[in-house]
Design a binder for this molecule. Structure first.
Ligand code: ZN
Length: 380
């Protein structure tokens, strides 16, 4: 398999659903160029109208909360919560689907925002089931977060239905921000729940029933009935449609309100150069490492591409960073991750190797787990 890299950013063609134009530029870069033409003032006006509608709906329904924000406590969802409350006067209910292995930084950052005057619901599902599913999907699919991914999407919708709050604000539309399938402009603004439920992110949690898991154990991973969502007339917006999306800008925005907002306590996150992104779950380092195993690129590629698109890095600087950090083994939280998954280190390495894509990896003469594989074509 020949892997090519985007001429503008660092994204390789092995990224799922990425496409390249005739000039060798990826669709994430082209989307980002298109976004530079957007009249953001106009979008903001549209957003203000939506906020007015949300407020009057809450009065009509006699609701205590105007909307729900799925909230990890990280810079992105925290910046949304702050904007909604202090710039647009909404009263959001923050809903957190617990990280698999929470860490101190995430806990502290969440606490800091709550002190600014927010209500939140922290949902931590049955850990016997969560660990079982995490281990199972790590073994079967090389991804310990398959079930968590379902939960993070489902839980805010369940809370919306239970509290009868008909508006949710999701952060970014991943497919248009990072390269993927964009159905139409409307699909980057509002999440179509009929579509979501029909496709169930390519997976049906109902199928996860096995000898250890029964249907009721999967409650927090399965969407409410379609009829309940329709009755509520639920609308879920993507914040990134209305405001220019940049993780570095979001971080700066949060720091303005929460000067003590914490970043990765080791200076940078494993596998990359940033210290402020996706740092509330100790299993994340393994999750990103598995992308490197399956597709040959890791977190530094992902982060530098976004930084290039937002004019915060040159391509040469990015490649230097990638050579230094990409694909770094997740040794930092390894002990806790192994405990969580109920695996020994050797078992972990065997599972990792099982998921190596043989089109991009070759085995060498070395005998240790970490250095016995190399990429067939060094693309960076
Ligand atoms: Zn690109």
């Amino acid at each position: 398999m020949t892997i090519k890299i985007c001429k503008l950013c660092t994204t390789p063609s092995s990224r799922p659903r990425i496409t390249f134009d005739n000039n060798g530029v990826c669709n994430a870069c082209n989307n980002s160029k298109e976004k530079k033409k957007i009249d953001w003032e106009k979008r903001r006006k549209e957003f203000e109208k939506i906020c007015n509608n949300i407020k009057s709906t809450a009065i009509k329904l006699n609701n205590q909360y105007d909307c729900i924000v799925p909230w990890s406590g990280g810079k992105d969802s925290t910046s949304i919560a702050l904007k909604l409350k202090f710039e647009f006067g909404l009263r959001p209910l923050l809903v957190t689907n617990s990280p698999l292995i929470p860490n101190e930084v995430g806990n502290m950052n969440r606490e800091m925002l709550l002190e600014k005057g927010f209500d939140s619901i922290f949902v931590r599902p049955d850990q016997k089931i969560a660990k079982h599913l995490s281990k199972r999907f790590f073994i079967e699919r090389g991804n310990p977060k398959v079930a968590w991914d379902a939960g993070v999407n489902v839980v805010p919708v369940q809370i919306a239905v239970k509290f009868k709050i008909p508006f949710i604000f999701f952060a970014e539309h991943g497919e248009s921000e990072y390269g993927g399938l964009v159905l139409n402009d409307e699909s980057t603004k509002i999440r179509n729940y009929e579509e979501v439920i029909e496709h169930q992110i390519g997976d049906y949690p109902e199928n996860w029933i096995d000898e250890d898991v029964d249907y009721k154990d999967l409650n927090l991973y399965i969407y409410p009935e379609k009829s309940e969502i329709e009755t509520l007339n639920l609308k879920a917006y993507y914040f990134s449609y209305f405001f220019k999306w940049s993780m570095a800008d979001n971080y700066d925005y949060v720091k303005n309100y929460l000067s003590d907002f914490r970043v990765n306590d080791s200076g940078r996150t494993t596998g990359t150069f940033t210290n402020f992104d996706s740092l509330d779950d100790k299993i994340d380092d393994l999750y990103y490492y598995m992308q490197f195993i399956k597709f040959g690129f890791g977190r530094a590629v992902r982060d530098t591409s976004r930084f290039i698109q937002n004019n915060r890095l040159t391509r040469d600087e990015a490649i230097e960073i990638i050579r230094k950090y990409d694909g770094e083994f997740p040794s930092k939280n390894l002990k806790e991750v192994l405990e969580y998954l109920g695996l020994t280190e050797i078992e972990l390495h065997k599972i990792i190797d099982k998921h190596r894509n043989s089109e991009i990896w070759k085995k060498n003469e070395k005998n240790d787990w970490l250095n016995s594989w190399e990429l067939k074509n060094k693309i960076y």
